[in-house]
Design a protein around this ligand. Structure first.
Ligand code: AMP
Length: 640
């Protein structure tokens, strides 16, 4: 019964009266009250967090019991989630098309509803974006689009969402600190320095807002009006987080972090790349920040009135001692361990370093002096999936437990594409890799997310997954995801500039270089010169006319909008670099691969390289390096 109440909160009659009684008595939010109702019948054997451990307080215990309950009953919860989604969305155009005839069971659903990708849903999504308010995908009105960092035809994917999804997202967030407290108690005695940002938003032709999921969350009342919780006190004022000007937002968040440096017990950003940008910002702007602290006055560069008001409360008086300290640490020019030097009470970094972000682990270790890195959750614009129940484990060991209440999950064994191969959450096998397929309350049905996950174990009956990789991603620095076709298109577009010089690109490969912050794309080109012209003469002409630099920019202009936004608006990716290598380099690369066992018949130049000996080989054959001289064009309005 507990799960029924949670999953069917709008059920009439006795259930809702019971629920109402409970909610009003405890004065909880709608979400919490449905959770509370579940907990009323949780067996006492799993009281106080059960297997997970001892909670800090009753509120944390409730959350831990919720995790226990959901994971203990994973399969039953999934069955009910699917039934609820299908009942609610039975009359949508999409589900009617497949003739479910009111059925809400898994077998009928699997037999009738196809497994789809974003491109399959484009027509429906376009109609919603254009203003069609009929129940196309979801019976509940689409409240906005969440713009994914995954792209389709060069533009961000638009994920439809409904209002109540915010509750689900908040529910997942509310589970994080109760779990973290099991491993790191005392976090209520200080604050978190989190670098959190909103991004620009647009309207679709039909008037729906389109923005990233985190922007939607930070701008929601769920975030802005969150009640005081000693475990979730941030040094950043909400006004600074909500400012769309990236410089002002970062400046204010860093300044507030410095002013409260001894209170900081944890430090983070959503992704590792974001935290490294914050460190880079400190490296570049510490003189101004110290000056503000010494004078007790906020830099005139920060003009947003609400930020000025919020920071003004903290920066009321000059603090020359703190300013001297910040200057002393930053002026040394030695940035090793800077995080623990400035924020000495930091116990861990709260930042995702799994998947594409693993490339930043060594740099973060350098700046933090080896602090633990906690990857707490796994989420996307489509759906928030789950959390890490051992958040302080080594990054290479991180596994996420998918919460069965968030959506209906299916798993396509990696390498297979037949829909009949899909298995349910509770049926996956340890050691196997799967692609995640989701059915959401907001109207995605059997949607392929594109993430490849490996099962590492179970918590109760819920499987735990290691994030292996995102399908088809060749290069990624921040939230950008560039695939092989996009890279090819960019090389084609740029190499057209060589034609007047009688040259072409014979071979190329690429690398995401993260040695500097922000990281940047490096593309290795080997050129072919037309007969009768020496390589030296070609180079001389290309250099004289700045052709290679123009090629770098042309490549950037041809890459997808997430890349261009990261470059032009966020500054989270540095200028693209083309490294020209000597003629014959790629043949050497092939010889090297064959010497290591590659088949001569099947060898194809890898379009992205990470293996250090190959990178060394390429760099040892360098002729010249060129950088993009300007920012690529980007507009928040995709069709401009
Ligand atoms: P977006 O659609 O822009 O919200 O990006 C969501 C994607 O980011 C997911 O599908 C994953 O590929 C990736 N992602 C999210 N959380 C994690 C995580 N904890 N570890 C690795 N990759 C993640």
């Amino acid at each position: 019964m507990a799960s029924i109440i949670l999953l069917f909160p709008e059920l009439p009659g006795v259930f809702s009266r019971f629920l109402h009684f409970f909610c009003s008595r405890r004065n909880r939010s709608e979400l919490e009250c449905s959770t509370m109702a579940v907990e009323t019948v949780v067996p006492t054997a799993i009281a106080n967090g059960g297997k997970l451990g001892s909670a800090a307080n009753e509120k944390h215990a409730e959350k831990l019991r919720f995790i226990e309950e959901m994971t203990a009953d994973a399969d039953a919860v999934q069955e009910k989630v699917l039934a609820k989604i299908l009942t609610r969305n039975a009359e949508t155009e999409y589900l009617r098309r497949y003739g479910l005839g009111g059925a809400t069971d898994r077998d009928t659903f699997k037999a009738k509803v196809p497994v789809v990708t974003y491109d399959d849903l484009q027509p429906e999504i376009q109609r919603i974006a254009n203003g069609d308010r009929s129940a196309i995908l979801s019976a509940h009105p689409i409240s906005e689009f969440l713009t994914s960092s995954g792209t389709s035809a060069g533009e961000r994917k638009l994920m439809p969402t409904i209002k109540e999804e915010l509750d689900r997202r908040q529910l997942l967030y509310s589970l994080l600190m109760p779990v973290m407290n099991l491993y790191m108690p005392g976090l209520d005695k200080g604050k978190g320095l989190y670098f959190l940002f909103v991004k620009s938003e647009t309207k679709t032709p039909g008037g729906l807002t389109a923005r990233p999921v985190l922007t939607s969350y930070y701008k929601s009342d769920h975030f802005k009006g969150r009640p005081y919780d000693p475990y979730n006190v941030y040094t950043s004022p909400t006004a600074a987080i909500l400012c769309t000007d990236a410089f002002q937002s970062m400046y204010a968040q860093m300044l507030c972090g410095l002013l409260q440096r001894l209170d900081v017990l944890r430090l983070g950003a959503v992704f590792a790349s974001g935290l490294l940008r914050a460190i880079r910002f400190l490296q570049l702007h510490w003189p101004e920040l110290s000056h503000d602290i010494a004078s007790g006055a906020l830099s005139a560069k920060v003009t947003d009135p609400s930020i000025r008001a919020a920071v003004g409360e903290l920066l009321a008086l000059p603090d020359p001692e703190l300013a001297r300290f910040v200057t002393g640490e930053c002026a040394k020019g030695d940035w090793a361990g800077i995080i623990t030097r400035i924020w000495p009470n930091t116990k861990y970094l709260d930042v995702i370093v799994t998947g594409a972000m693993a490339q930043y682990i060594p740099t973060l270790e350098y700046y933090s002096g080896g602090l633990p890195m906690a990857c707490t959750m796994y989420a996307s614009s489509e759906c928030y999936f789950g959390l890490n129940l051992k958040p302080l484990c080594n990054p290479s060991e991180v596994s996420y437990t998918i919460m069965p209440n968030m959506a209906y999950f299916e798993f396509l064994p990696h390498g297979y594409s037949a829909p009949e191969q899909l298995v349910d959450l509770a049926q996956v096998e340890i050691g196997k890799e799967y692609e995640l397929v989701i059915t959401t309350y907001a109207g995605l049905n059997r949607y392929r997310v594109g993430d490849i996950l490996r099962v590492t174990g179970f918590h109760n009956a819920a499987p735990q997954f290691r994030f292996i990789r995102r399908k088809n991603v060749l290069l990624s620095i921040d939230s950008d995801k560039t695939n092989e076709a996009e890279l090819q298109k960019a090389v084609d577009s740029a190499s057209a500039l060589l034609r007047p010089y009688g040259a072409s690109v014979v071979e190329y490969t690429s690398h995401a270089c993260t040695k500097s912050i922000p990281g940047h794309y490096v593309v290795y080109w080997e050129l072919l010169t037309k007969a009768g012209r020496s390589a030296e003469a070609l180079m001389e002409a290309l250099t004289r006319e700045g052709v290679m630099e123009r090629c770098c920019l042309a490549m950037e202009e041809a890459l997808n909008s997430v890349y261009r936004q990261s470059r032009a608006a966020d500054g989270s990716i540095g200028p693209l670099e083309i490294r020209l290598v000597h003629g014959g380099t790629f043949e050497e690369l092939m010889d090297y691969a064959i010497s290591r066992g590659a088949s001569i018949n099947q060898f194809k130049v890898p379009r992205c390289v990470t293996f250090p000996p190959i990178l060394e080989l390429l760099d040892s054959r360098l002729v010249s390096a060129h950088f993009s001289p300007a920012l690529p064009r980007w507009s928040p309005h995709p069709n401009n």
